[in-house]
Ligand binder design. Structure first.
Ligand SMILES: [Zn+2]
Ligand SMILES: [Zn+2]
Length: 210
């Protein structure tokens, strides 16, 4: 199931006031789609899953910029949302999801809770869930062969903020080393903000990991 194997396609969407990335992964043979994160104004993501069965909306964490589109995505598709148990209460709480600082976001509750370590299979798409706290206490990343959806852990040349409630810098660095840098160097990193990169590139040059 490599991203380039012809059956799996990954599309990225940069949306909303803080330009968060949402991803649509589709399996062409089974006509199955999975969404990673739900930024504001996700209509283009809805268009991208037309003609596919949307099997799941997988959330990396519950900061508002990654969940603001969840209500619309769920209403239009009926797909179940998954999140780590540590942040289930953040979805509908503008103080905890930090949207109180801007425009309050009250997202619907999740349908399934994660602990980390799960393997999720949806119509030929297989995701390994890895627990990666530090930016937030219930952050997970989702690994498919050849790629990782990293949320706000690791960015091209940077890392997630740790000046937020529930964040911890040393925990984030440990999570990146254990859960991301252990992947093959050629693994594509699809982050929650900014351009894609690779594990090898960040291991060699990311100034926060020196
Ligand atoms: Zn975040
Ligand atoms: Zn973010």
């Amino acid at each position: 199931m490599m991203p380039g194997d012809g059956r799996v396609r990954i599309r990225s969407f940069t949306l909303g006031p803080v330009q968060a990335n949402g991803y649509v992964i589709v399996h062409e043979e089974s006509r199955t789609a999975v969404i990673i994160d739900a930024p504001h104004d996700p209509e283009p993501m809805l268009e991208a899953v037309e003609g596919y069965r949307l099997a799941a909306i997988l959330l990396t964490h519950a900061h508002f910029d990654h969940i603001a589109g969840l209500e619309l995505l769920k209403r239009e598709t009926g797909a179940p949302a998954w999140i780590h148990a540590n942040e289930q209460d953040w979805l509908g709480d503008p103080t905890r999801n930090l949207s109180v600082l801007v425009e309050p976001v009250v997202a619907p509750p999740a349908d399934r809770l994660l602990q980390g370590g799960e393997r999720l299979e949806f119509g030929g798409l297989s995701f390994e869930v890895r627990f990666a706290p530090g930016h937030s206490p219930g952050h997970v990343v989702y690994v498919i062969p050849g790629a990782v959806f990293a949320g706000d852990t690791l960015f091209a040349g940077s890392i997630g903020r740790t000046d937020l409630p529930g964040a911890d810098h040393a925990t984030l660095i440990a999570s990146i080393r254990r859960q991301l840098l252990t992947l093959p160097a050629e693994t594509a990193v699809y982050p929650g903000h900014g351009p894609a990169t690779t594990v090898g590139e960040e291991a060699a040059h990311n100034p926060f990991l020196r």
